[in-house]
Write a protein that binds this ligand. Structure first.
Ligand code: BG6
Length: 487
């Protein structure tokens, strides 16, 4: 369904995010006919570029970051024509180009400002927009992490934006919410009758959330200030937890859904004091060298002045959601860089059968597991017990009931930004974080971070290309459980 005509103003137009994510995502939507040549993408940054320069940069971004199969010369020619550019330095408004000339006053044209810039510029940009009268009550503003490094700094950022924009105009991106498979969690839970009755502590033993990356962190400049807790747990993984653990929202209205997510965050048991050492593990990868491979350690990748950094590149932790549905069900989180594989998945481990009748069978019944694979090889797998075929008596075997998206659907899976960028135009905030959610997530994460900062213990080291430090294995094995690994 095509979206209304828009003027999308992208601040930070010459940056990496615009080039790698925003332009390719918009191209795909244009290619699919979801918006037409009437729409405008107006790049803004401090550099003095012409419209033609920016159109050339947009073309380069498509050529470099869109899969070759989808590059259509004619479509690219039309696509770049909707790009134009204005040089603005908000600290020198007197020298700024005239953004006003490019914006259409027609109230039917949706006006959106994407701030692909550092958060300390959000407030000055918002004020600039208001001063120049580019702000409209129905305009939208899109912002993205890092939205602070703790609760206070995140509140400051939100306050800065809120000086001008009301909450219903603010679209805070967590790109995980734009992933197809993450949205599929909603369909799985709430478009089927099968799971919801057993989605609770009476039937579920525990839940595991894994987001493992095989890439390293060292070349990403910001990472050392952030670390895995802020970079992945505070946002993406807590959002995943919310979708797994929330009560069924009454509708797909943005606030109906976000109210339920917020309740999960509020029900998280704080991990404080002695529990931090008990229930969390942080790690940092070290390099490996063999005859065939050499992978640098985190420390090796850091510039001289950062050497000795104790930033964690891995976190495992055990969380609890203290409410009726989840009492006593641990949620184990695990995320890291330079791990054995790139895999993001959620494993719902059901309880064992209450009684086994199979006294004389070969193989004991194993408890069911539901594995939701977010990436790569997206799919849903239910591990269940069957009788091994054959005349030789009862032999029990665990097999997967397997739904692979690649095998089932031939369509290309859209990237998260494709969905999110156009949801802004549609005016749908369902897949965006509300301010209170963000702040609640910081409230839970901050004491963990503070306890780590106070501790004299450095992060445990783990060898690049493994599943993390031994402490992560101990964290779950102590409870008589193991991390799920696909064989
Ligand atoms: C980003 C983090 O938000 O998510 C990165 O800052 C991380 O460190 C990335 O690599 C992971 O996203 P994806 O979509 O590749 O799982």
């Amino acid at each position: 369904i095509p979206v209304p005509t828009f003027d999308y103003v992208v601040f930070g137009a010459t940056g990496d995010l615009t080039k790698r994510k925003l332009i390719p995502a918009l191209y795909h939507r244009f290619l699919d006919g979801q918006f037409d040549d009437e729409c405008r993408i107006i790049g803004v940054s401090r550099s003095k570029l012409s419209d033609a320069d920016f159109q050339a940069a947009a073309r380069d971004a498509v050529i470099q970051f869109v899969e070759k199969d989808y590059q259509d010369e004619k479509v690219i020619d039309r696509f770049v024509k909707i790009f134009s550019y204005v040089a603005v330095d908000v600290s020198k408004p007197e020298e700024a180009g005239d953004l006003g000339k490019k914006l259409r006053e027609d109230p039917k044209v949706v006006r959106a400002f994407y701030l692909a810039v550092a958060p300390d510029l959000f407030e000055p940009i918002a004020e600039y927009l208001a001063k120049k009268k580019y702000y409209r009550r129905d305009a939208r503003v899109v912002i993205e992490k890092p939205l602070g490094h703790d609760l206070l700094s995140s509140m400051e950022i939100n306050d800065g934006v809120a000086k001008i924009f009301k909450e219903d105009q603010v679209y805070r991106i967590d790109h995980y919410l734009g992933k197809e498979t993450v949205q599929n969690l909603l369909a799985l839970r709430f478009a089927n009758t099968l799971f919801e009755p057993i989605w609770n502590s009476a039937h579920i033993d525990h839940v595991q959330l894994t987001v493992a990356e095989s890439v390293g962190a060292g070349t990403r400049g910001y990472y050392d200030e952030s670390g895995a807790l802020r970079d992945m747990i505070q946002n993406h993984m807590l959002q995943l937890l919310c979708l797994v653990a929330m009560e069924p929202p009454a509708s797909d209205d943005a606030n109906a859904l976000r109210d339920e997510k917020l309740k999960v965050l509020r029900a998280l048991k704080p991990i404080v004091n002695g529990d931090v050492a008990k229930n969390t593990v942080r790690g940092q990868y070290k390099g490996v060298k063999s005859e065939t491979t050499a992978v640098a350690g985190y420390q090796d990748e850091l510039p001289e002045d950062k050497k000795g950094s104790r930033t964690e590149t891995f976190v495992a932790l055990k969380a609890e959601v203290e409410n009726w549905r989840w009492a006593g069900v641990p949620f184990y989180f695990r995320t890291g860089k330079r791990m054995a594989n790139r895999v993001s998945e959620i494993c719902i481990q059901f309880k064992p059968i209450p009684h086994s009748m199979f006294d004389h069978a070969e193989g004991a019944p194993k408890a069911n597991k539901l594995i939701i694979r977010l990436q790569p090889d997206e799919g849903v797998k239910l591990m269940m017990m069957i009788k091994d075929p054959g005349p030789g008596g009862m032999r029990l075997r665990e097999v997967p009931l397997n739904l692979s998206f690649a095998q089932t659907f031939s369509e290309r899976t859209p990237e998260a930004y494709e969905r999110l960028l156009l949801d802004v135009i549609r005016g749908s905030q369902t897949l965006f974080m509300r301010r209170d959610e963000l702040e609640e997530a910081w409230t839970w994460v901050d004491p963990i971070r503070e306890a780590w900062d106070r501790s004299s213990e450095p992060p445990q080291s783990y060898v690049a290309g493994t599943w993390g430090p031994s402490g992560a294995i101990a964290l779950i094995e102590r409870d008589g459980r193991t991390w799920y690994e696909d064989d």
